[in-house]
Design a protein around this ligand. Structure first.
Ligand SMILES: [Zn+2]
Length: 293
């Protein structure tokens, strides 16, 4: 089982984000290997994240949101994280987030979410917005260096982000440059990515920024020092890109990476926690226990 988990960890990113045709066989094998999945008690809150929602995937995205809306109670992060509200154990709760601040979040995802009255949080990267005003070659260079993506994506503008916010959508921080915070060696750089960025977004929106999503968001990209910096800077909580149930108040929460083309079968399987074993929960438990949030 250890070997299977190890191999699973290494290939899961590729399977879920790069090679659609392998997702179904992987889930099938996974189900056979782990025939009995034990759900933790009170397991009823998950958070998902998207990156780009291209025009090509518009219809798939809308179908997916309708499916989620039918099967889950979709709530704002605030409703669970910043309130002392007791969750109804008969319901399944879900929050939707977007990372990076790509233009298609505004042009494709936002109109669909608005039409269906679905809340969401958009985690943005101020340097991406700044660079989008520069020369195309500079933007391309910056994008290739800081985003692990093949296709160059355009950024939302501050005006578009303000419009999202005026429509009730929450805006969070996703680092200043989208640097891998797990590899940052000095305090000054860490403060720039976490603390300074918070003030940039707050000045642009004239509103407090409450949440931080770690760029890349896996265990290797998150240190305990960085989570301490996040909480010290006045954020209420932060988010990884590792899968899991969110039970009780924490400093750092789990999130499931979702692609608009995932079919209901895949969504259901992920949101039931069927591949949560790929996450090192001991790592996150220790951070949450060591920091008083
Ligand atoms: Zn990102």
């Amino acid at each position: 089982m250890i070997e299977i988990n190890k191999i699973g960890s290494e290939i899961s990113y590729a399977l879920y984000h790069k090679i659609p045709s392998l997702v179904y066989p992987y889930l099938f094998i996974n189900k056979i290997v782990r025939s009995k999945i034990e759900l933790p008690m009170d397991a009823n809150y998950r958070i998902i994240y998207y990156h780009s929602v291209s025009n090509k995937n518009k219809e798939l995205f809308e179908n997916q949101i309708r499916y989620l809306n039918k099967n889950y109670t979709i709530v704002e992060l605030d409703e669970i994280i910043s309130s002392s509200k007791e969750l109804n154990s008969d319901k399944k709760y879900l929050s939707i987030t977007f990372d990076d601040g790509f233009l298609d979040n505004y042009t494709v995802a936002f109109p669909i979410l608005k039409k269906l009255s679905i809340p969401a949080t958009f985690f943005i990267t101020p340097k991406l917005i700044e660079m989008s005003c520069r020369d195309k070659v500079d933007y391309k260079k910056y994008f290739k260096k800081h985003f692990n993506k093949i296709k160059i994506q355009k950024s939302m503008t501050w005006d578009q982000i303000r419009e999202l916010n005026l429509n009730g959508y929450d805006i969070g921080c996703h680092g200043y440059t989208h640097k891998d915070i797990g590899k940052i060696g000095n305090d000054e750089e860490m403060q720039k990515e976490i603390t300074y960025t918070k003030s940039i977004i707050e000045n642009e929106l004239n509103k407090k920024v409450k949440y931080f999503a770690f760029p890349y968001g896996k265990k290797a990209n998150i240190s305990e020092e960085a989570v301490i910096e996040v909480i010290k800077s006045g954020y209420k909580a932060c988010f990884s890109a590792d899968r899991g149930w969110n039970i009780g108040k924490k400093c750092i929460y789990y999130r499931d990476g979702i692609e608009p083309w995932f079919k209901p079968y895949i969504l259901k399987s992920i949101l039931n926690g069927e591949i949560d074993h790929l996450t090192n929960i001991h790592y996150y438990n220790s951070i949450n226990e060591n920091i008083n949030c």
